[in-house]
Design a protein around this ligand. Structure first.
Ligand SMILES: [Zn+2]
Ligand SMILES: [Zn+2]
Length: 374
């Protein structure tokens, strides 16, 4: 009995020690919490969506399918473009896979939700990045002006990346600054915004806008806010950073108020009926692009980490198929491929078919096998 008690004690101490690692972030306190308590979006101890969500947890059979998808490990085609060799005045975009991307616009360097680690959760080896996707390391990223974090999920906010990045300002939704400070970011660099707040830096207008999602870093849900952002350059070019989020009436509201939008980055992957309100199906991503009155869609949130049981290239292929008759342009770079943001004629390959087809069907077979076992 004594040995069992000691073993339990050691286990508890180990878990507490593990959870005290800075990667788990921190809960908002003091002045930060006081500001949160005043937010209209914070009620009864948590942030709330404007449109309610069905927050059902995924059943274990869905989790088993996700694990099966991850284990299939396709090799994703990618390129490497040196960021420090780009003309600093060029308007360029480089996608790093999933929801991480780098933008140069009007002479400013911007990075969004950079997750350059091999794993996007605190669980070892799950989900691992697909082969071929870890092209960029934090050392490859030059000093950036604006670091955007859309919310505190591990596939968007990565301790190992953030602690090595050099940047002027971190712009994030309310409460996320607590995590960043725990990571070692100086308070003076952190700009936290509530929905519908706007700031102006060096002629850039940055609007923090609604998203339909949720948050959690450690124990409790929704202690920090989730958001989308609109960046308006001094020359009135508008980029929408969608972050994570389900389809909702907010897209039309944003489009009516701020549209037309020049480029929209929207999530396009990791959907499932079990979390239909907090992630979009490809058909909804296309509808959201139209609601936003966006001229260009850059689909993200796929091709690096699988967090849902669909095949890795299902979302991009479905979106591609939906493009007939659409008024907007679909921009589909490979990881690491330089996109000339203001060039309407740049062509992109259907790279997810050429290299991924056999791998995807291989994965499909594995998923079907797994489903039969459920
Ligand atoms: Zn998320
Ligand atoms: Zn995500």
């Amino acid at each position: 009995m004594n040995i069992i008690s000691k073993a339990i004690g050691v286990c508890i101490i180990s878990v507490v020690a593990y959870l005290s690692h800075p990667k788990f972030g921190a809960v908002p306190r003091g002045g930060r919490l006081a500001r949160i308590l005043k937010s209209q979006n914070y009620k009864n101890g948590e942030f709330r969506n404007r449109e309610t969500i069905n927050s059902a947890h995924p059943p274990s059979r869905v989790l088993r399918k996700i694990i099966a998808v991850n284990q299939s490990s396709p090799k994703i085609p990618s390129r490497y473009t040196r960021l420090d060799s780009l003309d600093p005045q060029a308007d360029v975009l480089i996608w790093f896979g999933h929801s991480s991307y780098y933008i140069q616009l009007n002479g400013k360097r911007i990075i969004v939700d950079p997750v350059l680690s091999e794993v996007s959760s605190p669980i070892p080896n799950f989900p691992n990045a697909y082969q071929g996707t870890s092209v960029y390391q934090p050392k490859d990223i030059p000093h950036v002006n604006f670091l955007f974090i859309t919310h505190d999920h591990y596939d968007h906010l990565d301790y190992n990346t953030i602690k090595l990045l050099k940047f002027d300002f971190a712009i994030c939704p309310l409460g996320v600054g607590a995590h960043l400070e725990r990571f070692g970011v100086k308070k003076a660099k952190i700009i936290e915004l509530d929905w519908d707040e706007v700031i102006q830096i060096d002629g850039f207008k940055i609007y923090c806008l609604t998203a339909r999602h949720w948050s959690r870093r450690r124990y409790h849900r929704n202690q920090t806010l989730w958001a989308s952002f609109l960046v308006e350059t001094p020359t009135l070019f508008k980029v929408y950073i969608g972050g994570d989020g389900g389809y909702g009436s907010h897209f039309k509201g944003i489009g009516d108020k701020y549209g037309p939008i020049d480029v929209a980055f929207l999530e396009n992957g990791q959907y499932n009926e079990n979390w239909a309100n907090v992630h979009m199906k490809p058909e909804e991503t296309v509808q959201a692009t139209n609601d936003l009155r966006a001229k260009v869609l850059v689909p993200v949130h796929f091709a690096k980490f699988s967090l849902a049981p669909h095949t890795w290239n299902d979302s991009i292929e479905r979106t591609y198929q939906l493009m007939k008759g659409q008024q907007f342009r679909l921009v589909t770079p490979m990881i690491g491929e330089a996109v000339r943001i203001k060039d309407d004629h740049q062509k992109f390959k259907t790279w997810w078919r050429t290299s991924g087809k056999s791998l995807a069907s291989h994965k499909s077979r594995r998923v079907k096998t797994q489903m039969k076992q459920d």
